[in-house]
Design a protein around this ligand. Sequence first.
Ligand code: 4AD
Length: 431
Amino acid sequence: MIDKVYCVDVIPEMEGKRVRLAGWVYRKREVGRKVFIVLRDSTGIIQTVFKKELSKEAYTKAKKIGIESSVIIEGIVKADPRAPDGVEVQADRMEVIQNVDFFPITKDASEEFLLDVRHLHLHSLKVATILKVKGAMMQAAREWLLQNGWYEVFPPILVTGAVEGGATLFKLKYFDKTAYLSQSAQLYLEAAIFSLEKVWSLTPSFRAEKSRTRRHLTEFWHLELEAAWMNLWDILKVEEELVSYMVQRTLELRKKEVELYRRDDIKTLKNAIPPFPRISYDEAIDVLQGKGVQIEWGEDMGADEERVLTQEFEAPFFVYGYPKHIKAFYMKEDPSDSRKVLAADMLAPEGYGEIIGGSQREDSYEKLVERIKEEGMKPEDYGWYLDLRRYGSVPHSGFGLGLERLVAWVLKLDHVRWATLFPRTPSRLYP
Ligand code: 4AD
C-alpha cells in the first residue's frame, strides 16, 4: 500500500504521482458526470475529483457521501490551473470510514449554538487556525524563554489561598479541608526564584468571576514569569521583548493563518517592537478625563476605560504607577510616593486592553505583613509566603500574561472564548 500523505503535501510538482489521503469531506459539488470533493485534514484542504469513467464504484460512493464524513481517498495528482492551489487529485478509490448523513452545523448557525456543539465546531478550518496560532505563540514563547535562560517549573493548581482576591476563588472540598483552584502561580514562582532565579510556568488559572465581558473566562491559560534581582523597569523590558518575539515569530510561523483573520491589517502587530510606549496611571487618567470619560484619580480602569485609552496607541503599551488601594497586596510600594505601587499593566491596542499584569514584589517582611493586614487578610494564612522574606529575601518582579487575550488581539477576535479549545464561562461548563 502507498504511504498516506497530507493535503499540504499535494503540490503541482507531484503531477502523475499516486497518493493516498485521509480526512473529512469539507465540501462537495456535482458537475455533470463529475463529483468534486474537497478533503480536509489537519494541514488544510485539497480538491479531489471523481469521474465515472475512472472508477464507477468510487464515483458512486462520492455521490452518496455526506459532509464531514471520514474517508480515505486514493488517486493521481494532476496540476490544474483551475483547481484551488493549482492542483487536484483524480480519484479512483474511496474508502468510507464513517458516513455522516447530516452534520449539525450549517452556515447560519448562531454563536451560541456553535458553543453548544463546540466539540463539532472544532472541525471548522477557522477554529483550527486559531488553535494553530495559539500553539505557535507558545512555541515562540518557549524559544525566547530558552534562549534567555529562564527555567520552566510546574506549580500546583490545588492551593490554600488567594493571590488575586478571595472573591474570585473557586472553592472545593479537599478531604476534610477546603482547597481552591489556583488563580495564579505567582506565589509558588516567587518561592522557586530562590533556587532558579528566572522561572516561568504555563498553567490553567481559575477565576470565579461572574463578569460577562468579551475578555473574561473562568478558566484561562496563564503564562507567568518571575525573576530575582529585577525591579519593575527590568521586568517591563522582559515583557516587551517576550511579547514582541511571540508576535513577530508567530507572523513568521503562521502568516497565512494570521492573515485569514486580519487580512493585510497587521500594522499593530508589526509595531509590537520594543520599546513599547509607557504612560503613567496619572497621565492615563488625564487622557481619559480629557476625552470626557467619568473617572477620578484612584479609580480602577475597567474594560471601557481601557478601550478608550487604547485609541491613543497603535502598538501594545504600558500603564505604570497604579494607586496602591486598587492593586494586589504583594506589590511593592513606590518609595517615592506611598500612595502608589511599582506595578504596570501591558495593554493591547485596537480596543483590547490589558493582556499582562505585573509588578515588583514587596520584599520586606514587615511591609508585607502590614499590607496583608490592611487588605483584611490574616498573615498566618500566608506563613510560607512570608518566610520567603525571612530567609534570603531579594528584590524581585514578575508578571502574568493571559494567553487567550493575547491570541484574541493577534487575530482580532471579538471574544476570548474563541481563543480556547473548550471555553469555560459562568454559563458554560459543557461540552
Ligand atoms: O492581572 P492578573 O489578575 O495578575 C495575576 O494573576 C498576577 N498574579 C500574575 C503575576 O504577576 N504572575 O492576571 C494576569 C493576566 C491578565 O492581564 C489577563 O491577561 C489574564 O491574566 N486574565 C484573564 N484572562 C482571561 N479571563 C480572565 N478572567 C482573566 N483574568 C486575568
